[in-house]
Ligand binder design. Structure first.
Ligand code: DCP
Ligand code: MG
Length: 408
């Protein structure tokens, strides 16, 4: 059975990957490229340059950097106990199939020599500050997605370096020099493709997807690489004969909406390499949450109670990590037919501890019991957060695609 997929931001991991339109050697994401289609509005004749930077095996690499005994060895950050989960796995551990969100017991079975290390968030936050300071040298438009990844809009070219690819190279070099760690980067004309690209040549890789290569690059990828396509959805798509971006692009919007509900529009545009979401700099995070997509739908009360407990653990850990305080808890449930419902409750005082959060979580679950059909996804979010400077928007959890707007 595949492990459940936990989502905080977008994690586009794994997947084989078809032939990449790899242009790492190409030093030009040109300063201006003719729009591939006639401009629909005056804004559409300039193409954005977006870099997505993502540290390699982040927590595990920090541990290996700080403890030479761990270098070259399979390392997992996380608890080794029966209920523990792997947060990060070194690339040596990944060779055995160990990965993030996997139960520690499974990880040990796959890799008996796996070394478990406790997480040290202070150290990760410190590196996170260092890399953000490096990004800020090159652009003011930075959207962090988590401690170890961010989108940068470098269309303006603050330092006059000349190309987005050169900027990406300079950033990777500075990160290596100043933190002793490696980062991978994707350079492209929108966030969706830049993020796919940063994953393409991991670890310590660079991948450039030029505007004219975008649709072909997306077409070559297994659908599993698309944000939001987990094991279950990939399976459903396979049953419908859709395995790659090209298969998806062959379907029209009506067909996609029929099979995937409101999500059809996202898939329609993503399959064509379209994403006009701007890099959302300096946004204050308004909510913090997490969700899990299940390999097998959950329907009985017992299964759903266990499932919500796991999400309570997952999300409460994040709430503590970010020291977030909020009064509204939202539960999201997605049925097997992809219908999504939300239930929320607002309390008079900030949710103070796990027990309170858990009690609210269960009371929200009560509202949809007995479940009218199997549930494929459950999530909890704490919202109406009091703003703390360090918290950022998680609007990327809800990808919203529209036709490519191009701006300078
Ligand atoms: N993380 C976590 N739980 C998850 C996924 C990730 O605690 N389910 C943490 C540990 C990771 C860090 O977030 O080190 C960054 O997540 P990434 O998805 O970027 O994964 P890594 O940086 O570990 O590896 P990669 O090289 O694939 O980016
Ligand atoms: Mg990473």
């Amino acid at each position: 059975m595949n492990p459940p997929r936990h989502g905080e931001g977008d994690h586009l991991k794994g997947g084989g990957g078809g032939p990449p339109s790899q242009a790492a050697a190409d030093d030009r994401l040109p300063t201006s490229i003719a729009s591939p289609t006639p401009p629909l509005s005056p804004r559409e004749d300039i193409i954005r340059k977006i870099i997505h930077v993502d540290m390699d095996a982040f927590f595990a690499s920090v541990e290996q950097r700080d403890n030479p005994d761990l270098r070259g060895k399979p390392v997992a950050v996380g608890g080794s106990s029966k209920r523990g989960v792997v947060a990060a796995a070194s690339y040596e551990a990944r060779a055995f199939g160990v990965k993030s969100a996997m139960p520690s017991a499974t990880a040990t079975r796959l890799c008996p020599d796996l070394i478990f290390v406790k997480s040290r968030f202070e150290a990760y936050r410190m590196v996170s500050r260092q890399i953000r300071e490096i990004f800020a040298r090159y652009t003011d438009l930075i959207q962090p997605l988590s401690l170890d990844e961010a989108y940068l809009d470098v269309t303006e070219d603050k330092q006059g370096i000349g190309s987005a690819v050169k900027i990406a190279k300079a950033i990777r070099a500075a990160i290596r020099e100043e933190t002793g760690l490696t980062a991978s980067a994707g350079v492209s004309y929108n966030k969706f493709i830049a993020k796919l690209a940063s994953d393409q040549n991991k670890p310590d890789g660079l991948c450039v997807i030029l505007p004219e290569q975008g649709p072909e690059f997306v077409a070559s990828l297994p659908v599993r690489r698309f944000h939001g396509v987990g094991p279950r959805t990939a399976e459903k798509m396979a049953r419908l004969g859709v395995h790659t971006g090209a298969d998806l692009a062959a379907k029209d919007l009506t067909w996609l909406s029929h099979h995937f509900g409101s999500w059809g529009e996202y898939l329609f545009k993503a399959a064509r390499g379209i994403d006009d979401r701007p890099v959302n700099a300096n946004s204050i995070r308004k909510s913090i949450g997490g969700e899990t997509t299940y390999f097998d739908d959950k329907r009985s009360e017992g299964e759903l109670r266990d499932a919500i407990e796991e999400i309570i653990d997952l999300v409460w850990e994040r709430i503590e990590r970010y020291k977030a305080r909020g009064k509204t808890v939202v539960m999201k449930a997605r049925y097997s037919d992809f219908r999504t419902v939300t239930r929320s409750r607002t309390v008079g005082q900030y949710v103070r501890n796990r027990a309170e959060f858990a009690q609210i979580g269960h009371s929200l679950l009560d509202q949809i019991l007995p479940a009218e059909m199997g549930i494929r996804l459950l999530g909890l979010t704490l919202s109406n957060l009091v703003s703390e400077g360090a918290l950022r928007s998680d609007t990327d959890m809800q990808p919203r695609f529209a036709f490519d707007a191009i701006e300078n």
